[in-house]
Design a protein around this ligand. Structure first.
Ligand code: PLP
Length: 815
């Protein structure tokens, strides 16, 4: 979009204070993502969780000149204010108006409960070579996401692909008020958000409202309810159904026996062979949907076949790994266009590294290159990269001037051979390139650990799980995230950094050195240390960590240290109260003396807390109530004795769901972040965060009577197919899982461990399973779950996860 402030005000019927002539090309709603302030307006949206007005000052400090808000919390007049009573409505009205300016645009609207984003990306991949296509960025499809997506439309665009999401009844009325597509696509209907609807029928009817102006409706007809409702509501619209069931217009008549062979697709009376590489249902359905859409747009069968075979799996995520020389490598080499570049730039700004480095290639799928490269140069120059490596024949032209130490190479191999990358340290390195340049090869030169075995941590899911727990507590209750023991084995800093970015109130670690490491890497969120060892008081004070004080001895020693550092005066401490766990803490009888002492000392009690020993045990409810009653009594006493307020907290993850009445001022979440809860209702809504995977090193066919592994504890009673994988007890797979106790998964099939587990390897019986060397093996993820894996190991998820060796590479996923 490109409007002046005056136009924005008049389109939306808003008041304007300031300059009417300022150009605005982008509207930002999150100050953390403002990476360029030119021609940007900041809109102060109010959500359930926060009020955007709190961030106006920050936006102004970042140089933004235009603010769209209901009211202003600042006494400044050196900027332009567009006053609107409802900022979200403002965006919607603007988007509607903007969209109406492009009557020529061919529009595709995608709704459904799953798979919208993957489908959109696939359509984009299939169309972007012949057409100028605009699409929703990432999965922008909400009441906020749709208007922001529509505002991306420009004159040159020929096709617009937009995702439309709803989570509640009535939302589609708002969404379809802005946008009604010509080609409508309904993907799979699942159970996401179902809880907000009275029935699945209500949910489907609501989604179908998007299609009232469609000339063609393409839908997944496997769900019979959908099939029926579509016929009922749209009797005269052209309809194409797709899916696995044979009643669909497009369906598979035969799936290939082995990967690598073609699948036979029936399209009404026509038959095609499609090169489909997988057999998973979501991918198969998506391929059919792309096929139906391409056909609708007039592509001939030969072109469709070619496009389907070229579809790349969609990595809707940016992968980051720890690199050599204290670098972080962010790999985004899936596709390269201006939007995804913008998103990647926002993404790396979340890292608190001192320096930034960029590897960027030619853009292949684009028409007006000259103008594009100018825009890219301008955007890149606003990011303050120290070093930029350019790869290709076009972007490397000296007329594009990058304000950085800049190196130019014709190919990725030339860049590797130059050795220049080896000089980069303490940086976040963004790899951003078009696929044909294969810059993911650089990952191998840059990565710290090169094993095929990884523990993948999905930070998006972690955030989702936190938010799910938040629904049990008041908005004002604070949250401490327990990141002790390297965040339960997931990795201390990357998790803490992500949580800090998402405004967690407190972090909790076990030992001072864990806290020191976080501080050294730039974490500024308050950190409580639960086991402040005597020898660590100096570093606690030096790095501004907050100790748990559980006895008079610890209090006295700590005060001495504070004096030695001349740090007396309000130093924050946390009092641990003993209410039933009998681990650490002050007892009730200690309190009068403790209060007296605290009042004479120069420390500030930041919080008083205790820990429940049975929050996840239904049979011990009474004990929880008893602990809570003791806690209440003890903190009330302290509150009377101390002249100032302090935070109180007692709940861990299981406590949050089972005893929200004891949330006090703060709760401490740990295992719940990982997606584990004793509450079945909540458990169903949580997402799995960690995925431990490896690959098959070798497959051997053994004869009847042959044995496997040390001690020959497995002897084949018939011919078997045995896969060796490179994980063993030194990686955290306990030896007791050997000889059939544990099993892992290959392509969804469970395969048992055979023989004894070795230090660095173990063997699986894969007889009858389709697999080959190099294929992925899942130790745990969604199936087997971490909980199942732990049960097989005869322990609890906490121990299973913290036992995974540090030599297993951790990879972090965020979008
Ligand atoms: C580890 C810990 C927690 C978190 O417990 P979960 O069961 O993982 O939620 C909370 N409080 C204290 C004091 C802890 O040590």
């Amino acid at each position: 979009m490109n409007y002046t402030t005056g136009e924005l005000a008049s389109i939306t019927n808003s008041e304007l204070f300031g300059n009417e002539q300022l150009p605005v090309e982008n509207i930002a709603f999150d100050t953390r993502n403002i990476f360029s302030s030119t021609r940007v307006a900041f809109i102060a949206l109010t959500t359930e969780k926060s009020s955007g007005e709190r961030f106006i000052t920050e936006a102004l400090e970042k140089g933004v000149q235009v603010i769209i808000a209901k009211s202003l919390p600042v006494e400044r007049t050196d900027f332009t204010w567009i006053k609107t009573t409802d900022p979200l409505r403002f965006l919607q009205i603007l988007a509607k108006w903007h969209f109406s300016q492009f009557a020529e645009l061919k529009t595709i609207g995608i709704t459904g409960s799953n798979g919208k984003t993957v489908l959109k990306e696939w359509l984009y991949q299939s169309l972007c070579n012949e057409h100028r296509v605009v699409k929703s960025p990432k999965s922008y499809n909400s009441l906020l996401g749709l208007p922001l997506s529509l505002l991306k439309i420009e004159k040159a665009h020929e096709i617009g692909i937009f995702e439309v999401g709803i989570s509640k009844p009535k939302e589609m009325d708002i969404q379809s008020g802005l946008f009604l597509p010509q080609i409508g696509i309904l993907t799979h209907i699942g159970t996401a958000h179902l809880s907000n609807f009275a029935s699945q029928e209500e949910q489907v009817r609501e989604k179908l409202k998007l299609f009232t102006h469609c000339s063609t409706l393409i839908y997944n007809g496997d769900n019979l309810l959908v099939h029926q409702l579509v016929q009922e509501l749209y009797p005269s619209t052209k309809k194409v159904s797709f899916g696995l069931a044979p009643h669909n217009t497009l369906h598979f008549a035969a799936l290939p026996e082995r990967p690598g062979l073609d699948a036979l697709v029936k399209d009404g009376s026509l038959e095609y062979y499609l090169p489909i590489k997988t057999r998973d249902h979501a991918t198969l359905s998506n391929a059919l949907c792309v096929m139906a859409t391409l056909k609708e747009l007039g592509y001939p069968p030969s072109a469709i076949r070619e496009k389907i075979s070229a579809l790349k799996s969609i990595e809707m995520r940016l992968e980051s790994v720890v690199g050599l020389r204290d670098n972080i490598i962010v790999n985004d080499s899936f596709n390269l266009d201006f939007d995804s570049l913008t998103i990647a730039f926002q993404f790396i700004n979340e890292y608190t590294k001192e320096r930034k480095c960029l590897v960027l290639t030619d853009f292949v799928e684009s028409k007006d290159k000259e103008q594009l490269y100018r825009k890219v140069t301008e955007l890149t120059n606003q990011q303050n990269f120290q070093t930029v490596f350019l790869v290709g024949n076009e972007i490397t032209h000296p007329k594009y001037r990058f304000n950085a130490e800049c190196y130019r190479f014709p190919t990725t191999q030339h860049l590797i051979d130059s050795g220049k990358l080896n000089t980069i340290d303490k940086s976040v390195i963004l790899l951003k390139g078009a696929r044909i340049f294969e810059i993911d090869k650089l990952k191998n030169t840059l990565e710290l650990q090169k094993h095929d075995t990884v523990l993948e941590v999905n930070l998006n899911h972690l955030l989702h799980n936190i938010n799910m727990h938040r629904t049990y507590i008041k908005r004002t209750t604070k949250m401490m995230a327990m990141v002790k023991a390297n965040s339960y084995g997931m990795g201390g800093y990357p998790v803490a950094e992500f949580l800090q970015h998402h405004h967690i109130d407190y972090l909790g670690v076990a030992y001072a050195d864990e806290g020191v490491e976080l501080r050294k890497k730039g974490i500024t969120t308050p950190i409580m240390v639960m086991n402040p060892e005597q020898s660590s008081y100096d570093s606690i004070i030096e790095y501004g960590l907050e100790p748990e004080i559980y006895s008079f001895r610890v209090l006295d020693l700590f005060i001495d240290k504070l004096r030695a550092h001349s740090k007396e005066g309000n130093y924050p401490i946390h009092l641990k109260l003993e209410t039933g766990m009998n681990r650490l803490g002050f007892r009730k009888d200690d309190l009068p003396a403790l209060a007296l002492k605290l009042n004479s000392l120069d420390v500030r009690v930041q919080s008083a807390f205790s820990h429940l020993s049975t929050s996840d045990l239904p049979s011990e409810k009474n004990f929880v109530h008893q602990q809570a009653a003791r806690f209440n009594e003890m903190t009330s006493f302290l509150e009377k004795q101390l002249s100032y307020p302090f935070l109180k907290h007692i709940l861990n993850s299981a406590g949050i769901t089972n005893y929200p009445e004891y949330q006090f001022d703060m709760v401490r979440i740990g295992i719940g972040m990982l997606g584990i809860s004793p509450d079945n209702t909540l458990q169903d809504k949580l997402l799995s965060v960690v995925r431990f995977q490896t690959v098959i090193s070798q497959i051997s066919e053994i004869e009847e009577g042959e044995s496997v592994g040390y001690n020959r504890s497995f002897k084949a009673s018939s011919p078997r197919r045995i896969a060796t994988i490179p994980v063993g007890y030194a990686d955290g797979i306990p030896r007791l899982l050997g000889n059939g106790v544990g099993s892992f998964a290959i392509e969804g099939h469970r395969v048992p461990i055979v023989g004894n587990i070795c230090m660095d390897m173990l063997m699986l019986d894969v007889t009858g399973i389709e697999c080959k060397e190099g294929d992925e093996v899942v130790v745990f993820n969604a199936s087997p779950t971490l909980t199942e894996f732990a049960r097989d190991c005869n322990t609890i998820p906490y121990e299973a996860l913290t036992s995974i060796s540090p030599r297993v590479k951790r990879i972090y996923i965020k979008t």
